[in-house]
Design a protein around this ligand. Structure first.
Ligand code: 4NP
Length: 168
């Protein structure tokens, strides 16, 4: 059995529980739902034990499906985003997840302002698991580059799952 990653629920409880990962972007309709679907599919295909969700720091799109362009781009690579619905980050996310992964520095700064006092859940940048020169997943809602966004998300998901995911 693989050892639990530092700071995870599995380590706290002394059992081989699934790693819980929350992806966060601004609107929760482009980047973070795409990352959610990519990591979820990768974990399922490789028998990795991970629970994945996504949320936005903003509330404009709460209850809405992902952007249709994100749904279509992901579908072309075999990812199904159609059942996802946007939600806003909530305080309980900081205790419900072992790791919170932000898509850019503004998302991470916004998350830090929402962090409950005393909470120490790691908040990382998704690009920490990708190319050395990356410091953000550019927002395709503005750039319209949904393919490039998917390329980067697939690379970062590969790096993240290598670092954290455990066999189920
Ligand atoms: P996301 O992209 O953060 O990747 O979901 C955005 C989608 C919508 C908006 C901003 C970013 N918006 O301002 O409506």
């Amino acid at each position: 059995m693989a050892p639990a990653a530092p700071g995870t629920r599995a380590r706290r409880q002394g059992i081989d529980a699934a790693m819980r990962v929350l992806f966060v972007c601004l609107g929760n309709i482009c980047r973070s739902p795409t990352a959610d679907a990519v990591l979820r599919k990768r974990a399922a295909e490789r028998g990795r034990s991970v629970e994945v969700d996504s949320a936005g720091t903003g509330d404009w799109h709460v209850g809405s499906p992902p952007d249709s362009r994100a749904i279509q781009a992901a579908a072309r690579r075999g990812y199904d985003l159609s059942g996802l619905r946007a939600r806003q980050v909530r305080r309980s996310d900081f205790t419900d997840f072992d790791l919170i992964v932000a898509m850019d520095g503004q998302n991470r700064a916004d998350l830090e302002t929402l962090r409950p006092p005393g909470n120490a859940t790691p908040i990382t940048l998704f690009t920490d698991y990708g190319p050395a020169d990356g410091s953000a997943v550019p927002d395709p809602y503005f750039t319209r580059d949904f393919e490039g966004c998917l390329d980067l998300i697939e690379t970062c998901a590969r790096g993240l799952s290598r670092m954290y995911a455990r066999p189920s």
